[in-house]
Structure formats: structure tokens, C-alpha cells
Ligand binder design. Structure first.
Ligand code: AMP
Ligand code: MG
Length: 295
């Protein structure tokens, strides 16, 4: 299936008017079934690329301002920080999604970390060790391209550790996330959901373009054969680990511009809700103006 084939509008929620909250629309709740999420669906917002791109970019000024407030808050001892976790099948667009967030954020205070197969050193440690090390500092924003969820995704699909070991990780991840959330870390966990057909098209696109060959990994085709096992592993991870303190959001990602629109909204909504505050002044402004003038 070509990506230009169906320009249909999808079964858009709340056709007229503004979406109330993208987080509400995408959140994994009770009874969630990944198989029922249409990766081509337009969940809310513009149904054309140009408007969607423009609307996403228009969030930049506000997001930058919120980011500055978050940073300012940390200067007075605030512990809050934001972590965007990106998961998805190969070619689902984790790199593109990172760029979309980057476009609306200040580079200062933004840090991206990619997690590939663990190194020898990482394998000698607990699987959360390398994740802990990469967490954003107070006042800043982190983006994870893959994450500790690989330890219940690829690890589960390939039984890289025995089932009782990966099976215990869901509760362990929840407890670890709870502790971090209690300490001021706000999670924005996003699964970029593409269809099997779209993945095939994206792999073929990479092969058709010599400048994209570097993105092509023959091993992706082997993982692709395990599509259903991966979908099952995602279903279990999403439902076991979507909690009040660290919910999962599933982003229909066959259309890149809609993926980016949704992601920009999610980031903006989350920062708005965090409502970071400039620290209280430790000096009297009129007194200081007088002192400056007299100096
Ligand atoms: P890429 O994102 O294309 O650079 O690929 C990274 C690869 O590393 C993917 O195949 C991941 O599934 C794999 N990977 C990431 N984390 C782990 C992990 N904890 N254990 C095993 N493989 C992993
Ligand atoms: Mg890859």
C-alpha cells in the first residue's frame, strides 16, 4: 500500500471544534486493544499536511516559554523535568518524531538518547542502569529513542532472558517509574503505531534511495517476520504499564505530519499542565531599582 493511496479523512473524533485534550484521545486505558487502533486514523486537528505542519510549528513560542519557566523553576530547587519516551516498530518514525519535538523546543535543556542493543558493559548491570544514567536533569526535557521498554519488547519476543525474568519486569518498571514520578519526573510515553503495510513501504523507500541506504538494516526484515509477536508484546507492555503516574499514549503514525502534530500537542499540553513557575524573588524590586540607579 502506497502512502499516497488513501487520502481519506479517517474516523476523526469530534469532527468540528477543537480537540479537548489530545492526551485524553490517545491515552491507553482499561480495555485498550492495540489491534483496534487504525494507524492511518486522523484523531483530531487538521486533515491536511500543510495546516498540520503550520499548527505544530505555531506552538514553538509557547513551548519555548514554558521550557524556560521549567528551567527557572529548577534554579530555585524545583525537581520537575519531562521525559518523552518514544517506542515503535522499525521505521515507525522515532527519529522524525524527535525532530518534530526539537523544532518547537529550545536546544538548551533538551537532550536526546538512543538505546540500541546493550553494550558488554551495560549487560553487566541491571537493565535500568543505563536508563537511569540518561534521565533528564531537573528543569530540562529528555527524549528517549527506545527505552527500558525494549527489555519487555525485543527481549520478550526473542526470550533474551528467561520468561520469568522478563515477566517480572512490568511490575518492576511500574515501581521504578512511580518513584521517579514522585520525585518530579513527568513521563510522556508515546508508542508510534504504524501498519505492517506502511513499514513495508518505508523499507522499500529506503532501498530505492541511495541517500537512505544508511537507514536500512537487513535485520529489520527479520524482525518484521515477527510482527504479530511484537504487537502482542506491545499490547502487554502498554496495558500493564499505563498508569496514572506514567500513562502510555498510542499515536497513529502512518501519516508523518499527523504523528508530528499529535506529538507537538502532547508536549505542549503536558508542559501547560505542569505549569512551571518562575521562582519567588529573594529581593525587593523597588529597592533594587533604587540601588542600581544610585550605583
Ligand atoms: P535502531 O533503533 O534502529 O538503532 O536499532 C536499535 C536496536 O537495538 C533495535 O533492534 C532494538 O530492538 C535493539 N535494542 C534496544 N534495546 C535493547 C535491549 N535492551 N536489548 C536488546 N536489544 C535492544
Ligand atoms: Mg532501525
Amino acid at each position: 500500500m502506497g502512502k499516497n493511496k488513501d487520502k481519506g479523512k479517517g474516523n476523526k473524533a469530534g469532527a468540528a471544534g477543537k480537540p479537548s485534550s489530545v492526551r485524553e484521545l490517545l491515552r491507553v486505558g482499561p480495555g485498550f486493544d492495540l489491534g483496534e487502533v487504525d494507524p492511518r486514523r486522523i484523531v483530531a486537528g487538521p486533515d491536511d499536511k500543510e495546516t498540520a505542519r503550520a499548527e505544530a510549528l505555531a506552538l514553538e513560542a509557547e513551548v519555548t516559554w514554558l521550557q524556560e519557566r521549567l528551567f527557572a523553576e529548577s534554579k530555585a530547587g524545583g525537581k520537575r523535568r519531562l521525559l518523552v519516551v518514544l517506542q515503535g516498530m522499525d521505521t515507525s518514525g522515532k527519529g522524525g518524531a524527535t525532530k518534530a519535538i526539537d523544532r518547537i523546543c529550545e536546544p538548551v535543556g533538551l537532550r536526546m538518547t538512543s538505546f540500541g542493543a546493550p553494550t558488554k558493559e551495560e549487560l553487566r548491570h541491571h537493565y535500568l542502569w543505563r536508563i537511569d544514567k540518561a534521565l533528564p536533569r531537573a528543569g530540562s526535557i529528555g527524549i528517549f529513542d527506545r527505552s527500558h521498554y525494549e527489555d519487555v519488547l525485543i527481549v520478550r519476543v526473542h526470550n533474551l532472558v528467561p520468561p520469568d525474568v522478563w515477566g517480572a519486569r512490568y511490575d518492576e518498571i511500574n515501581a521504578w517509574e512511580k518513584k521517579l514520578a514522585d520525585g518530579g519526573l513527568v513521563f510522556l510515553k508515546c508508542m508510534l503505531h504504524i501498519s505492517r503495510e506502511e513499514q513495508q513501504q518505508r523499507l522499500l523507500d529506503r532501498l530505492a534511495d541511495p541517500t537512505k541506504h544508511w537507514k536500512y538494516n537487513p535485520g529489520d526484515v527479520d524482525e518484521r517476520q515477527l510482527w504479530d509477536q511484537y504487537q502482542e508484546a506491545y499490547q502487554v507492555a502498554l496495558t500493564n504499564c499505563s498508569t496514572d503516574y506514567a500513562p502510555w499514549y498510542v499515536i497513529p503514525a502512518d501519516r508523518k505530519w499527523h504523528r508530528d502534530w499529535l506529538l507537538s500537542r502532547l508536549v505542549a499540553e503536558t508542559l501547560r499542565e505542569m505549569d512551571p513557575q518562575y521562582p519567588a524573588m529573594t529581593f525587593d524590586v523597588p529597592t533594587e531599582i533604587a540601588r542600581v540607579k544610585a550605583s
